[in-house]
Design a protein around this ligand. Structure first.
Ligand code: AKG
Length: 421
């Protein structure tokens, strides 16, 4: 029985509506004709598959899986695979579209894709997850490949999932193909720096946006998963004071600053942030309403909406998640003077280091952590600079400017290639 709530069921449609709204804004500003706009609004390929999973007790579940290639005009499709009970074709399509603009914005030669399987991985054993992953990969096999479409980790998947994907693909090919996925374990051709890359990118984006010393800057992080926990640590390392974090169970708050490693150890032991002794418990919405310098939404789409945006007091939002702010919330926050560093810029560090991993795989070489770090910083900082100057030149928000750049580059590729693709 899928553990979804009615709100989660509509979340995918809302995410897609947000993505299309953002595309429309960019298309208008760029003066794109209706045909090109329609092309950019429509995924190139969408595959929905049924994935049977043999359970440990002998029973069988059948779950839905998806892989959507939104656009491949600039290079192979690229994007993560999510295991989450509420994922659906609408959510995966929105996430694939954001990948297209993100890759174009940071100047890496990919189109955009995303995948998903509608399961709660916490309800499956490791063996069941392996069977599920392998079956899903067999179903989407015609789409993926190192020159066609390259998956990566996302919510609910990790480097072990990527190892199973790489193995399943390689067994079918008859030889090892490391470049078919990124975010793999190091012994299979993974890259140094990939695990924390999204969060490192969030830190770089936040420091660019601050434009002043981060010392003492107060931070609240919504979502203490892979991205949020490491972002909290990187921001604390830079001198920020992380005062609050949340997970699905609740939030904790310490006005004097949280000891992030101690909190991470508590979460590793108990599975939740609540119960951490050196902080007060806080409601999930209360975290979003804290009077902080920086709020980092690092969970799922639609966290900041028309309903709660008027109560958001953070001076700046740096989006670690994809699509955490709805267009209505954007308008409210913009009117209140909140600076938003948008997802397709702020969380691009993950796909940037995925690209570096893929290049190492193709060249059969490996780079040092400092080489990766320098390339990541260069790409993030130059994308930030471009977004900032387009925003200033055209009097746009950072999100509008990021979309003008990303959509513009993809539109340009379409024009130069002609009608196809
Ligand atoms: C994302 O940026 O949302 C991703 O899915 C990352 C994909 C990648 O690393 O290829």
């Amino acid at each position: 029985v899928p553990s979804t709530t009615p709100a989660q069921i509509t979340a995918g449609r809302e995410a897609l509506a947000s993505a299309l709204f953002q595309l429309d804004g960019a298309a208008e500003r760029l003066g794109l004709d209706d045909g090109l706009r329609a092309m950019l609004a429509t995924p190139r390929r969408s595959l929905t598959v049924a994935v049977p999973v043999r359970r440990e007790d002998g029973g069988m579940d059948v779950v839905q899986g998806y892989r959507v290639q939104h656009n491949v005009s600039r290079g192979p499709a690229k994007g993560g695979i999510r295991f989450h009970p509420a994922t659906d074709i609408h959510e995966v399509t929105a996430l694939a579209m954001w990948m297209t603009w993100k890759c174009a914005l940071v100047g890496i030669p990919y189109g955009g894709a995303k995948g998903g399987v509608a399961v709660d991985p916490a309800r499956y054993t490791t063996n069941e997850l392996e069977r599920l992953t392998r079956r899903y990969v067999n179903e989407i096999l015609p789409l993926i490949g190192p020159e066609k479409d390259i998956p990566a980790p996302d919510v609910g998947t990790d480097e072990q999932t990527m190892a199973w994907i790489m193995d399943t693909y390689s067994v079918n090919a008859g030889y090892a193909v490391p470049g078919v996925v990124t975010g793999k374990p190091m012994p299979l051709g993974g890259s140094l720096g990939r695990a924390g890359a999204t969060s490192r990118g969030v830190q770089i984006a936040a420091l660019c946006a601050l434009g002043r010393s981060p010392e003492g800057v107060t931070v609240a992080v919504q979502g203490f998963g892979k991205v949020g926990a490491a972002a909290a640590q990187y921001l604390a390392d830079a001198g920020c004071k992380v005062v609050a974090v949340s997970d699905v169970t609740g939030a904790v708050y310490a006005p004097g600053g949280l000891d992030v490693p101690a909190l991470a150890a508590h979460v590793a032991e108990t599975g939740q942030v609540l119960g951490y002794r050196h902080a007060d418990a806080l409601g999930l919405d209360e975290l979003l309403e804290l009077d902080v310098d920086l709020l980092v939404p690092a969970a799922l789409e639609g966290a900041i909406t028309e309903a709660n945006a008027p109560r958001v007091r953070a001076r700046m939002i740096v989006e670690g998640a994809n699509g955490p702010t709805t267009p209505e919330a954007d308008r409210i926050l913009g009117a209140n003077g909140t600076l938003i560093v948008p997802d397709i810029l702020a969380n691009a560090g993950g796909v940037i280091v995925s690209y570096l991993e893929w290049v190492q795989n193709i060249q059969s070489c490996s780079w040092t952590e400092s080489q990766i770090e320098r390339k990541l910083r260069d790409l993030m900082e130059s994308a930030f600079g471009e977004v900032k100057s387009v925003a200033a030149e055209r009097d746009l928000t950072l999100r509008e400017a990021a979309h003008v750049i990303g959509v513009g580059r993809v539109a340009e590729a379409h024009r130069m290639r002609g009608l196809y693709p």
